[in-house]
Design a protein around this ligand. Structure first.
Ligand code: NDP
Ligand code: A1CAB
Length: 262
């Protein structure tokens, strides 16, 4: 079964979600992206060939409506588009820090989902944490799983956990990008060509993640597979511990959690 999906906002995160969904070619006719600026919509649509429009009334044709506008504008935009959305449409908001309670003040009888994705959805390797309001049925969840499993590993949680989701999902690729960049810089200083260094560092990260997922081993067990007794790796691990590597990641997540009020 196909569902018409309408996006509000043609920003960076919506771009990643739409790119990921378009890897399933049959979805092309099911997607419409609405926004306030036709020029930006046209730019967004380069290489995609989907329907884009500044006419929010087209959202009335949509079964699923994804809000992708800036968090501080989300409630304002909900107010603006409310008149154009169907009573039975599923509203999904990816806005960090905007609670279901707040959205329900504008859409009290509607189906509402909070979703915290990350940008890896564009390469179909994303993660999405979702929380639903009371109007969302098990069948609705199955529908959303079916759509979003194309681009992400999906986990449903209770709403109070959504405040802590960005540090684990939406924001988290940044930690890895910083690490990949640092690894590549060090390799370049040793003489590796720049692109080769990025490729090797990135694949090392992909492989490590895949090992955790596929073996379901504790990360420490996998670490122990690499740290040969008296070898060089454990010297690096000691240095990471001396420099508070894990503490630093935990504190970064704490800072992100604190910045997201809800
Ligand atoms: N970037 C990421 O990795 C992630 C982002 N998010 C969430 O996604 C949302 C967007 O973030 P991001 O894509 O990074 O930001 P962008 O700045 O790239 O996109 C914001 C979008 O919101 C639109 N917008 C802002 N105000 C209004 C308004 N009043 N009416 C209509 N459209 C409006 C902008 O339109 P215009 O261009 O015309 O100004 C733009 O398309 C945020 O709520 C964020 O929390 C969630 C997970 C990850
Ligand atoms: O930086 C932000 O607030 C958004 C939410 C998660 C990723 N980007």
């Amino acid at each position: 079964m196909s569902y018409r999906i309408g996006f509000i906002g043609a920003g960076k995160m919506v771009n990643h979600i739409v790119k990921g969904l378009l890897k399933s070619p049959e979805m092309k006719d099911d997607i419409i992206v609405t926004g306030r600026n036709q020029q930006k919509l046209d730019k967004f649509n380069e290489g995609k060939g989907i329907e884009v429009s500044t006419d929010y009334s087209l959202l009335s044709e949509c079964d699923i409506i994804v809000n992708g506008v800036s968090s501080d504008q989300t409630l304002h935009v909900f107010n603006k588009v409310r008149a154009y959305t169907r009573e039975d449409a599923i509203h999904i908001s990816i806005a960090a820090g905007v609670s279901i309670d707040e959205m329900e003040t504008i859409l009290p009888q509607h189906k509402i989902v909070r979703n915290m994705p990350n940008i890896a959805v564009s390469v179909q390797e994303g993660v999405m944490v979702m929380a639903a309001n009371a109007h969302i049925s098990d069948e609705d969840k199955e529908t959303l799983d079916e759509i979003f499993n194309r681009i992400a590993a999906v986990a449903w949680v209770e709403e109070p956990l959504m405040k802590y989701a960005p540090s684990l999902t939406g924001s988290s690729p940044t930690y890895t990008f910083l690490m990949i960049e640092a690894m590549a810089d060090k390799a370049v200083s040793a003489g590796f060509p720049r692109q080769q260094a990025y490729m090797l560092a990135a694949q090392a990260v992909v492989g490590a993640g895949k090992l955790v997922l596929e073996t379901e081993s504790h990360p420490a067990v996998l670490k122990d597979q690499i740290t040969t007794s008296g070898g060089s790796t454990i010297q690096g691990v000691m240095e990471l511990e001396n420099n508070g590597f894990r503490k630093s990641v935990i504190q970064a997540m704490e800072a992100i959690n604190n910045a997201n009020k809800k």
